[in-house]
Design a binder for this molecule. Structure first.
Ligand code: PLP
Length: 382
């Protein structure tokens, strides 16, 4: 199988599975239990916390383990809502994952205002600077790297601008972590991350919280995680998450670009979304010249090539991608968008084999279209 949907989820490596199994075998006690044996789990949990803090560049007590980024994002947006004074606004980018956008709609209502995005899928820094200068902004939420297009945002510049005027900055770094260096993320007030996007287990992640928010909690319950996040800590999952970070390799642009060149040459009319701006090295969002993206994904999966139409959270939902819509890409064009997301373990030969599969499927569907009296437009695939 050629698995090219790593932005949806990434499999665990043997080292990661071993870390999970070892912790489940030897350190399965409840870390909060009152006996000496449980303290050994607590000690290991704290050492994991300090390693995450080192990676991000923040203090240990600012790292909260949780169930993943959906929880982390909801926690932050709920805090913004509680803390934001009346008449102040929270700027949210329209490119965010649904766990930010929908959470902002739920928690913030009229306090939410959308950031301005250029056609290139990058936040407009000039417009942002002008809006920030008006003085009524309480917080900003802008992701580091987009899950659909791989386009990188100038989050460090936005962080610095926010810090200079005392505005909270939240960065959803889910797709950045494990692929690019985490340097500087610890200086953001809030950072969300989840393990399964970089080869860790599902249902485990972390939130970096701003200092001085000792009393803030999204949920009511026990006093775990310095009171920020009640619920028994999942040490085996945390242990596996750290092992996954250890195996992450920061690749260069190589094989993905070879794949794109090959597709552009062999499937004329294909456009690469974000080709002229900085993108994650593993992601390629193709606007194919013909055929619905669901047909492409279906045909490719029959050949054991797994790619996606966009965010896994949105595939069941009707309608085109909100990310492409924010970039002014028409719904008609967006219906031909296919996302390919590889890993650093893919060789150039894997990318080329995937390109071959695209070309074969293109020829197959084009031949069917020619042979069909109605041009194949009514073909519905299951
Ligand atoms: N943020 C981004 C950018 C994502 O890509 C995802 C998952 O696709 C999430 C948040 C939510 O992560 P999870 O579903 O693991 O909670």
């Amino acid at each position: 199988m050629l698995y090219f949907d790593h932005n949806a989820t990434s499999p665990m490596h043997s080292e990661t599975r071993k870390a999970w199994l070892d912790a489940s075998t030897d350190y399965w006690l409840n870390p909060a239990s009152p006996y000496r044996q449980a303290a050994a789990v607590q000690v290991r949990l704290e050492s994991a916390r300090s390693r995450v803090a080192d990676i991000l560049g923040c203090c240990n007590n600012q790292v909260v383990f949780n169930s993943g980024a959906t929880e982390g994002n909801n926690t932050v947006l709920s805090f913004f809502n509680q803390a934001c004074p009346a008449r102040q606004k929270i700027l949210v980018s329209p490119l965010e994952h649904p766990s930010v956008i929908e959470s902002a709609r739920l928690h913030l209502g009229k306090k939410m205002e959308l950031l301005i995005i250029g056609h290139d899928g990058v936040v407009d820094l000039v417009a942002f600077g002008a809006r920030l200068a008006s003085g009524d902004i309480f917080a900003v939420s802008l992701m580091a790297a987009n899950n659909e297009t791989g386009i990188l945002q100038p989050w460090a510049a936005v962080r610095d601008a926010c810090t200079s005027v005392g505005v909270f900055y939240h960065c959803d770094a889910v797709q950045w972590l494990g692929k690019l260096s985490a340097d500087g993320l610890g200086d953001c007030d809030f950072v969300t991350g989840c393990a399964h996007k970089f080869g860790g287990p599902m249902g485990c992640g972390f939130l970096k919280v701003s200092s001085g928010l000792e009393n803030f909690s999204f949920m009511a319950g026990g006093i775990q995680e310095m009171g920020h996040r009640p619920g028994t800590e999942n040490f085996p999952a945390v242990s596996a998450m750290l092992a996954a970070l250890d195996v992450c390799k920061f690749a260069d642009q190589g094989p993905r670009d070879v794949f794109e060149r090959c597709i552009i040459k062999k499937i004329p009319g294909t456009v690469i979304i974000g080709h002229d701006v900085a993108r994650l090295w593993n992601t390629s969002m193709l606007l194919l010249p013909e055929f619905l993206n669901t047909r492409w994904v279906n045909r490719l999966s029959r050949r054991e090539c797994l790619v996606s139409t966009g965010s896994a959270c949105a595939t069941a939902k009707e309608g085109p991608s909100h990310v492409l819509a924010a970039m002014d890409i028409s719904p008609e064009d967006a219906s031909r968008a296919v996302r390919v997301s590889g890993s650093s373990f893919h060789e150039e030969s894997d990318w080329l084999a995937l390109a071959d599969a695209f070309v074969t499927v293109f020829k197959e569907m084009s031949a069917e279209k020619k042979a069909s009296p109605i041009g194949g437009s009514a073909i519905i695939e299951v």
